[in-house]
Design a protein. Structure first.
Length: 510
């Protein structure tokens, strides 16, 4: 099969880092090539080179057999290579049509946009992909999943020969992911070749023809998908065998009344949420997008208000008017959106590590104790295995996995009794996942209560002692470890009652 894209001996260095090291590979016509590897493996740098965002130090790119050099991403698009980045580039205040055809709107000789032509072209284009979006709809009113699909449509609208997708399903529901896969297969039939970057290994086997593995900037190998297993890919990615991803599961926890939520309600969002959490227990929260799981976590932490309900920690009612109240009482919430809401990306690791704990470190005279902060930050970096040359390095220069470790470390520095962890492994690689799971086990073994909100069912089943399932703002059911199954979780998530189940969560176990 003829290749449409070929990279030969591509290398790229940054200060102190050889990000891409003599990488060569090919992409065949009409092929989906999955690109996998741990955070920091070089996947993003390689894709940025292919899409013209950055220039390689060495090597060359051949498109349909001819050498090409891109001075910019626009030059790459004009040549036929488009990339959809994990961070969306849409403008919320503009319409669907204006975003898809940004800087390419039909206009007259005076540069005035022909709005009828623009909307017609947009409707015709959207109809190709069976998408129910109006051309005049404002992007800011779309769901994250719809925005992700729109970002992909925007790239496709340039009629690329090669489409690079970077973590395209990170914000998609299961049905939206299937919709995306259907359209990827459609694009294949239309002659488009696709590089599909993902941390979700099950997706590789659903959509890819071949899979390419990178590690430490090097090309480790490329295999036909039918010749590898998930275990093979993990071994190639991390350079070692990971025997037990989720760690060892202990004995069932005795009910000890560590933490209790009673009838927590926020009108129009969630209603009558009651549950308990025992010391050393990992309690999962499952449900479809929009079920209200994140909103409950945010309300417990005091980010969002609640209209009714009580929160009791170690027998004492906790009143929260702001997150600092929760922090001082030993409750922390680790957001699913580490870049948008969790970390201060443009500041140092040191400044992030100390942010939630500043209230504990006021020195005399109002000055911050510099040495104490340095020691505190270095200790957290070491304890949570953050890979960095210095605590004065900016967070944005870390890999996704190390950013996630920083997010965990900064909150664990407050010595919490209760951790509410929202999507703990979103956007991190398999090696970092294993480390995060191990840390959660350690927290539980030390007596911390852990609430894990996750859309990853294998993750919930592998990690949790109990799982509470929400549907449209209410608790639909509670499942104990011996009864765990994806089918049962999904049935509750869809709002289906299961007969003869131990559904004590609905009654608010004490």
């Amino acid at each position: 099969m003829a290749d449409v894209l070929r990279a030969e001996s591509i290398s790229k260095s940054f200060p102190g880092v050889l990000a891409v090291d003599d990488v060569s590979f090919s992409l065949n016509q009409n092929e989906v090539l999955a690109l996998v590897g741990e955070n920091g493996a070089g996947k993003s740098t390689l894709s940025l080179i292919l899409s013209g965002v950055i220039k390689p130090d060495d090597g060359q790119i051949l498109l349909e057999g001819s050498p090409v050099f891109f001075s910019s991403s626009h030059a790459a698009i004009q040549s036929g290579i488009s990339m959809v980045f994990q961070e969306l580039s849409l403008v919320g205040g503009l319409s669907v049509a204006e975003n898809i055809f940004a800087n390419r709107q039909p206009s007259d000789q005076f540069g005035i946009i022909k709005w009828k032509d623009l909307n017609r072209q947009t409707e015709e284009f959207i109809s190709r992909f069976n998408l129910t979006l109006g051309s005049n709809a404002l992007v800011k009113n779309l769901s994250m999943g719809q925005q992700q699909i729109l970002e992909i449509l925007k790239a496709i609208s340039t009629n690329p020969k090669v489409l690079i997708l970077d973590e395209p399903t990170s914000s998609l529901t299961e049905s939206e992911t299937e919709y995306l896969f259907e359209n990827i297969r459609k694009l294949q039939k239309e002659g488009i070749s696709i590089i599909y970057i993902t941390h979700k290994l099950p997706e590789v086997f659903q959509i890819a023809d071949r899979v390419m593995v990178m590690r430490d900037g090097k090309h480790i190998g490329t295999r036909p998908i039918e010749e590898v297993s998930e275990e093979d890919l993990i071994s190639m990615m991390v350079g070692r065998q990971i025997q037990n991803m989720y760690g060892s599961i202990g004995e069932p926890h005795a009910e000890n009344g560590l933490f209790r939520v009673e009838n927590l309600t926020r009108k129009g969002v969630f209603e009558g949420i009651s549950f308990c959490l025992n010391r050393g227990e990992i309690l999962g929260f499952a449900g479809l997008v929009g079920a209200g799981r994140t909103e409950v976590g945010r309300a417990i932490f005091g980010i969002d208000p609640s209209d009714d309900g009580r929160i009791v920690l170690e027998g004492k009612e906790i009143r929260r008017t702001k997150p600092l109240d929760a922090i001082k009482n030993g409750i922390v919430y680790i957001t699913e959106d580490r870049k948008g809401q969790g970390l201060f990306l443009n500041t140092t690791i040191r400044e992030n590590m100390i942010a939630p704990s500043l209230w504990m470190m006021r020195a005399s005279g109002g000055f911050l104790p510099v040495k104490q902060i340095d020691d505190f930050s270095n200790d957290l970096v070491n304890r949570y295995d953050v890979v960095t040359t210095s605590i004065y390095k900016k967070i944005l220069n870390l890999s996704g996995g190390n950013q996630q470790k920083c997010l965990i470390a900064m909150w664990m520095g407050t010595n919490p009794k209760i951790i509410i962890f929202d999507e703990p492994t979103r956007g991190v690689d398999v090696g970092a996942r294993s480390e995060i799971y191990q840390k959660l086990r350690e927290f539980a073994e030390e007596g911390t209560g852990v609430i894990m909100i996750s859309s990853d069912l294998p993750e919930l089943i592998g990690m949790c002692d109990r799982i509470i399932v929400m549907h449209k703002g209410k608790i639909m059911g509670e499942i104990f470890r011996q009864d765990f199954s994806e089918e049962k979780i999904m049935a509750y998530a869809a709002g289906i009652e299961i007969k003869n189940s131990r559904n004590q969560a609905l009654r608010g176990r004490k």
